[in-house]
Design a protein around this ligand. Structure first.
Ligand code: IVH
Length: 698
């Protein structure tokens, strides 16, 4: 009899364990919880009671109540061998002309000469990088943030258009391309999802992304995913020297490439292909949002290199956006991170190019009144009012915009929109900051601004703290638990499970979700300098500027000290900052404001006490000029200034535009003037263009 009871208890423990572990797996790994937080908590409570009563029956190494051990993020992260860049956009033929011209300028070519381009459709899917080792597929990774992606190898292998083996491939070969779904397959997929009461996808791109990022490869296998290849990543030895030959090679390796491939000898031919393709794109069975123009010659591509997020040698020429008509139901004002009041039109929902749209940006007060930022008329000066029938368009992924207003449909009793004089959130008086933007200056006393700042602070490109969306931030703000980013790092201590004011006992929270948040916060504590600078949410200090600053100052302590000096009217620090290429006056002003504001100073002095800001690691480039601060002056005969700068940076040097006490080397071209004089006065090493060429050849 006793034995039977013991067995019953043991079985109960095992069943509870299994259920709890499954729930954890669904929650943490599959992002698909099937139990509510309450149900889960009650399971845990029952389990705790049982093992308290019968401690001798707990199996050894029981991890049921632990969290860390079973938590893994859904997909492993992988660092790309070279970044997966995005493409700059051209929206008009003059944008394309500028692109062609800037290439010639960079290369120091005659503006009347011709550049050859490869042209491919830009299919709207998601990019995938495939790594082959001795011809065997060993890794498939998504783009992620461009530098670090997710390992989706198992899923990619289920796509029939992705070869698992390639014969005669170089030892290391990375092929990059796009995973996508045909329009016809998309319709069928949604029909079947609907029948099974499953999620219906908004468009083929979402369907492709959702299908590739499945934790269960069988689901991916059941989806009609396709892949076309268009470029290379790392490769152990060079095989072809232009894009046209690459496409042929990729086909030889067994990849599908897009049959719509064109070769153009010059800008004029590009324009003709664009017009032709625009006519037929509707008939294609895949969504194309533009054409990609790529400089055909790889040696030119190499010289042109890349800006921070996109190559100089390619551009996406977008097709005219689709548009639809709908009514404005109301105009709302959103208060942004830096206090700017942004008007948004709430629309009667309407479909544009397969996506439902229910709001559109109205930019600012002038835009509503019918003027641009220079005071010129837009929409022939017609204002925008609640109740108006308007045409809405979407250009690429950007927020929908209003193109025109149908005046004939405007009601007699319609009245012009009056922009608020007070912040709709905190009630303080708002002021016009410049020609176009109106701001609330209440800073951290304005709820919207705090929430937006914290949202920015925890966002993917900053601290990347998952499980912390607007709803949760707002809830904790209302309770007074987070008022500044610093409070985030005290949440576990002050509001952990044993606290009387615990997060887990709040509405919509439970032990699991609170734990998940605590883990994410813990994980975020190590952060790279560029992400940390970005996280501060300073105006005009976005991703690119943050990266430039991190690269230049390398360490937080150094950067912070120099920025604080700015506010003391320290001319040296100011001059140094302004001399960094890519840092403009607008960013400098905002940095100065930020680092002289007591509220922000308190935050940036506190934060480093709990977190580790990693030193910026210049890629270990060993060259004769690595880590040097160099300046170019005069005219260079053999290359443009931009190319010289790009080469110097690739060799690990920092390029400044003026001579300072930090300058190590001046490269002096023809008719050099004051900089040369200054360098000589300061005893800075000066070399000629020929010496520079020798240096870079080495
Ligand atoms: S070339 C560095 N070619 O568009 C060159 N990209 O906004 C970047 N895309 O991330 C890629 N079709 O996912 C290239 N024929 C094509 C493409 C293409 C679609 C996607 C790709 C990329 C994004 C850039």
């Amino acid at each position: 009899m006793k034995n039977l009871k013991e067995k019953e208890i043991r079985d109960k423990i095992i069943i509870l364990q299994t259920e709890i572990n499954k729930a954890k797996q669904d929650y943490f790994q599959n992002d698909n919880p099937y139990l509510s937080d309450n149900e889960y908590d009650s399971l845990v409570e029952r389990y705790k009671k049982l093992i308290k009563k019968f401690p001798s029956m707990i199996p050894e190494n029981d991890k049921t109540l632990g969290i860390g051990s079973t938590v893994i993020s859904s997909f492993n992260k992988v660092e790309h061998s070279s970044p997966l860049l995005s493409l700059a956009n051209a929206f008009s033929s003059s944008d394309v002309e500028n692109f062609d011209e800037s290439i010639k300028r960079f290369l120091g070519k005659d503006l009347c000469s011709d550049i050859q381009y490869a042209v491919e459709p830009k299919i709207d899917g998601l990019s995938l990088s495939l790594r082959y080792n001795k011809g065997k597929l060993i890794l498939a990774s998504t783009r992620g943030d461009g530098k670090i992606g997710e390992d989706v190898t198992h899923n990619a292998k289920t796509i029939s258009e992705i070869p698992h083996h390639i014969s005669n491939a170089p030892d290391i070969l990375e092929v990059r391309g796009e995973v996508y779904i045909l329009k016809s397959d998309f319709i069928k997929l949604n029909q079947s999802q609907k029948m099974q009461n499953q999620k219906v996808f908004a468009n083929p791109r979402n369907a492709a992304a959702g299908s590739l990022r499945q934790l269960n490869s069988e689901i991916t296998a059941s989806r009609p995913l396709r892949f076309f290849a268009y470029s290379l990543g790392e490769i152990s030895h060079n095989l072809v020297d232009n894009q046209k030959d690459l496409i042929v090679l990729l086909q030889k390796y067994g990849f599908k490439t897009n049959e719509e491939f064109y070769f153009c000898n010059n800008l004029r031919e590009l324009m003709a292909v664009y017009e032709d393709f625009n006519q037929k794109r509707e008939k294609l069975d895949y969504d194309v949002d533009g054409l990609v123009y790529k400089v055909n010659d790889f040696s030119l591509q190499k010289r042109l290199g890349a800006r921070s997020t996109s190559p100089r040698w390619a551009i996406a020429h977008k097709f005219k956006p689709e548009e639809s008509f709908t009514k404005i139901l109301s105009i709302e004002i959103q208060v942004g991170r830096t206090g700017t009041l942004s008007p948004v039109a709430k629309l009667d929902p309407v479909e544009i190019g397969g996506v439902m749209v229910s709001s559109a940006t109205l930019h600012n007060e002038d835009f509503i009144k019918g003027f641009d930022s220079s005071g010129n008329k837009i929409r022939e000066g017609v204002d925008i009012r609640v109740g108006d029938l308007v045409s809405i368009y979407r250009a690429g992924d950007v927020i929908p915009k209003i193109k025109s207003v149908s005046l004939s449909e405007r009601g007699k009793d319609s009245t012009p929109y009056i922009f608020p004089k007070f912040c709709p959130d905190c009630g303080s008086i708002v002021r016009k900051e410049n020609e176009s933007s109106i701001r609330c200056y209440a800073g951290l006393s304005c709820k919207s601004q705090v929430i937006e700042r914290i949202k920015h602070f925890v966002s993917k490109k900053a601290f990347s703290i998952d499980g912390f969306a607007e709803k949760q931030i707002s809830q904790l703000y209302d309770l007074g638990w987070i008022q500044s980013p610093v409070d985030i790092f005290f949440l576990k201590k002050k509001h952990g499970h044993t606290s009387d004011l615990s997060i887990k006992s709040l509405d919509n929270w439970g032990e699991k979700s609170a734990d998940k948040l605590f883990i994410a916060i813990e994980k975020s504590k190590k952060i790279t300098l560029d992400k940390f600078i970005f996280s501060l949410g300073i105006r005009y200090v976005g991703e690119v500027v943050s990266s430039i600053l991190a690269k230049y100052y390398e360490e937080w302590e150094v950067f912070c000290k120099k920025m604080e000096n700015l506010s003391l009217k320290n001319n040296l620090a100011l001059e140094e900052l302004l001399n960094i290429d890519g840092i403009g006056l607008k960013s400098v002003n905002e940095l100065r404001l930020f680092f002289s504001n007591n509220e922000s100073l308190k935050i940036i002095h506190e934060l480093p006490k709990f977190i580790e800001i990693e030193k910026f690691q210049l890629k270990n480039i060993q060259s004769s000029i690595s880590n040097m601060s160099i300046v170019f002056t005069g005219t260079l005969e053999t290359m443009s200034r931009s190319e010289a700068k790009s080469i110097a940076e690739k060799m690990g040097a920092k390029v400044s535009s003026t001579i300072s006490s930090n300058t190590d080397l001046l490269i002096s071209g023809d008719s050099a003037g004051s900089k040369l004089k200054k360098a000589k006065e300061k005893d800075i090493k000066v070399i000629t263009e020929n010496e520079w060429l020798d240096l870079i050849k080495k």
